[in-house]
Design a binder for this molecule. Structure first.
Ligand code: HEC
Length: 113
């Protein structure tokens, strides 16, 4: 019989099947329909080139975690960039999305381990 039978399937196979299902569920990020960003993903893709480790470490740009700058400064820097140093993201994000990024930066913690 071809019907897969869980009782005879090796446990290892069952576990790896389950893992594959879970991994798929996690990587399937829903399309942001309400204009909110998956900030972590956006940051990694758009900012991570210069702000390393999700903003936790310096790269071409400074470390953002624990920044002493205030929210207005951060918002402005993201919107207008800095000539010769950082591109402006004025047209890329709405104000609400930039606020989300500011919150993300404020919430940054060192990685566990
Ligand atoms: C091409 C490299 C580059 C990219 C891409 C980039 N940055 Fe920057 N960023 C910099 C540099 C360099 C500085 C330092 C500017 C200066 O001299 O004040 C900076 C500064 C900042 C600051 C101010 C930090 C401080 O303490 O002065 C923030 C906040 C920031 N970036 C956020 C972002 C975010 C959010 C993104 C993605 C949307 C991003 N950056 C993308 C290079 C980059």
């Amino acid at each position: 019989m071809l019907r897969p039978d869980l009782k005879t399937m090796p446990a290892v196979l069952v576990v790896s099947l389950l893992c594959a299902v879970v991994a798929r569920a996690q990587s399937a990020t829903p399309a942001p329909e309400n204009g909110t960003l998956d900030v972590e993903q956006v940051f990694a893709g758009t900012c991570g080139y210069c702000h390393s480790d999700g903003g936790r470490a310096a790269g071409k740009g400074p470390q953002l975690m624990d920044t002493a700058r205030d929210d207005d400064f951060i918002r402005n820097r993201i919107k207008h960039g800095k000539q010769g140093a950082m591109p402006a993201f004025d047209g890329a994000f709405t104000d609400a999305q930039i606020d989300q990024i500011v919150k993300y930066i404020r919430a940054l913690k060192p990685r566990e381990g």
